[in-house]
Design a protein around this ligand. Sequence first.
Ligand SMILES: *[C@@H]1O[C@H](CO)[C@@H](O)[C@H](O)[C@H]1NC(C)=O
Length: 212
Amino acid sequence: MKTPGAVLLLLWLGLLVGAAESGDIDLLELKYLRSQVQDFESRLQVSEKKARDFETRLKASEDYIVNLQKRDEGVKVAFSLSLEQNEWRYSGPYNTGTTLIYKQVFLNIGNAYSPSSGYFTAPVRGVYDFSFYAYGEGNSHHMGAVLRVNKQTLVMAYGHIKEGYGDADASNGVSVLLEKGDEVDVYLPANHRVHDNNSHHSTFRGHLLFQM
Ligand SMILES: *[C@@H]1O[C@H](CO)[C@@H](O)[C@H](O)[C@H]1NC(C)=O
């Protein structure tokens, strides 16, 4: 491809050739000018190739960003729960541990928490943030719960109420990389008790921070 600049130079060279034929200009000088033009053209081609490569890479970067945006807009996960809706109730103590089923659902974006099983199931691979708060009152007992991933204990919130009537509260939280389908629950260990009423002392919440 010839640029307008190169075309003008060639026109000018044509005039020079005319002049050379009429003996006004040195043939060596003409050859030199021609080589200059050829050099100019080849350097121009290199620049054009660089510009095309740059354009290709820019387009690839743009596509990548658009895909990232689409992906992050596609999956939203956030839940916020409390053990009881309106009842004043103790959970436990039981002889064996059990998954706590949080009945009050403040928020369940993405429906990854199941209010029937008490389990949260990760809809995508990513980093999730969880926290839970446990409260208890009454006579001497172990108060607390643990957060589990695929039935493996990660962190515990614990408090002990000693002799006589008292209360205790405890909380804990963790950020964790989950695979799609991993299950998270808050588990009441054997011989532990937690309490909740419609002031919502015992809560559990989680969020997808970002996909991986
Ligand atoms: C829930 O229990 C706490 C602690 O006993 C109490 O202070 C609060 O008033 C109770 N809330 C309701 C709505 O009964």
